[in-house]
Design a protein around this ligand. Structure first.
Ligand code: HEC
Length: 396
């Protein structure tokens, strides 16, 4: 098929997104590790809380964890903020190219809610902004000063996130709801950095530069948002990858799957950073959660019609069916009103092309039943059974 400009654009933005994401998450993991690895300095030094010795690539590195005192400011200070920013920018571009353009066809599922492109994109952007405002208000530094308040706000946040996920799955297509949730969590991570973490650090820095003793409590306040960001990492990664697994995103209980996936990711993160060995047991519910998902998404091919009793179906017959029901999208020149290039590059014009896709076709048409896309071309149950019978004949 033609490799169009749009696909190249998507391909390259995706590449940039993945590379920036690796840099962001890599540095985040490194600092999580570093924070846990500090020991008291062998020779106590003024303002130094801990130190770490490392060896890498033939050199030795010594890192000190310290408070900056007035007049002690280094000339160059590394901030680690552009990895996050670049990941977010490329992520938003990808959201626009893949989900907002093209009639927002991957975002909309008329069987969930009938929306036009403008409505879908408007809701997606609106929910994203509103979610940040609510989350930021819940965790406003003035509201969460006491531990008791933090516990209440944590519970409220959990309820808010669960509601948000549910709402997304009732507005957007399964795939769209997952990516929308991932975009919201990812944006919260970036806004935490820019709106809550960096200003506090800048203020401390300005104080130190001006020869004042910095207000270290500012650092502790931004720590809450830093900690949140580390909890977001695994859920966001799981969500981003879920888009390749339509059995998960398209499940009738996809909101529940998404909640379990997010909670399991956050629990796994907790096990990774906690210093208390007992708290590593959070891996147990995380594993149970993921196992429950495996169980929930198991597919039992429903045998509404006993296909083995049907007369054999030839590839020629399937080819004819595919011409009727699939090539409006899956061809070199699709005639569909929305898909102008073959989705996922899958072209089914010849019998050979169909045969080379036989397993995927069986999976989408018979097992998952999510092709034709929103059953736009009106494939009937009898025709689905024909695909089933055809595949059965092939595998023997
Ligand atoms: C209205 C457009 C449309 C029609 C009609 C349609 N598809 Fe699709 N198809 C898509 C889209 C969009 C994707 C990519 C998104 C996804 O994976 O869900 C896709 C993906 C697929 C894939 C996955 C390809 C891969 O490499 O992962 C298969 C297989 C497939 N379709 C088979 C079919 C078959 C068989 C039919 C006809 C019975 C059909 N489709 C009809 C739009 C359509």
């Amino acid at each position: 098929m033609e490799f169009s400009f749009n696909l190249w654009l998507e391909y390259l933005i995706r590449f940039a997104h993945v590379v920036a994401g690796i840099a962001w998450i890599g540095s985040s993991f490194y600092f999580i590790w570093l924070d846990g690895a500090f020991t008291a300095p062998e020779k106590p030094r003024h303002n130094v809380d801990g130190e770490v010795f490392m060896v890498h690539g033939g050199f030795y590195y010594q890192v000190e964890k310290k408070k900056i005192a007035p007049g002690e400011l280094p000339k160059t200070l590394h901030w680690f903020k552009w990895e996050a920013t670049l990941t977010w920018i490329t992520g938003i571009l990808l959201l626009v190219v893949v989900y907002y353009l093209n009639g927002a066809s991957l975002l909309i599922d008329p069987t969930v809610l009938r929306l036009n492109q403008l409505q879908a994109v408007g809701m997606s952007v609106g929910i994203l902004i509103a979610s940040w405002l609510i989350y930021d208000l819940l965790w406003h530094p003035r509201l969460v000063q006491k531990d008791s308040a933090k516990r209440v706000v944590t519970a409220l946040t959990a309820v808010f996130f669960a509601g948000l996920i549910y709402l997304n799955t009732k507005i957007f297509s399964g795939r769209g709801a997952f990516i929308q949730t991932g975009a919201i969590f990812g944006s919260m991570m970036l806004f935490n950095v820019w709106v809550r973490i960096l200003p506090g650090q800048r203020k401390m820095l300005a104080d130190a530069e001006a020869g004042r003793v910095p207000d270290y409590s500012l650092g502790l306040k931004s720590k809450t948002r830093s900690v949140h960001n580390t909890y977001f990492i695994f859920p966001v990664l799981l969500i981003m990858l879920s888009n390749h697994y339509s059995g998960v995103t398209g499940h009738p209980l996809n909101w529940l799957l998404l909640i379990v996936l997010s909670v399991s990711g956050a629990l796994a993160r907790h096990a990774m950073v906690t210093k208390n060995p007992l708290e590593r047991l959070t891996l147990v519910p995380a594993t149970v959660g993921l196992m429950a998902l495996v169980w929930m998404t198991r597919v039992e091919v429903p045998v509404a019609v006993d296909v083995s009793a049907l007369p054999p179906v030839s590839t020629q017959e399937i080819h004819a069916l595919v011409q009727d029901r699939c090539v409006s999208c899956h061809s070199n020149k699709p005639t569909d009103d929305i898909f102008k290039i073959a989705p996922a590059g899958a072209v089914f014009e010849t019998e050979d092309q169909i045969l080379s896709y036989k397993d995927k076709i069986y999976n989408r048409v018979v097992v998952l039943k999510n092709m034709p896309f929103t059953n736009k071309t009106g494939l009937t149950e009898e025709e689905r059974a024909k695909f089933h019978r055809w595949y059965q004949g092939l595998s023997k």
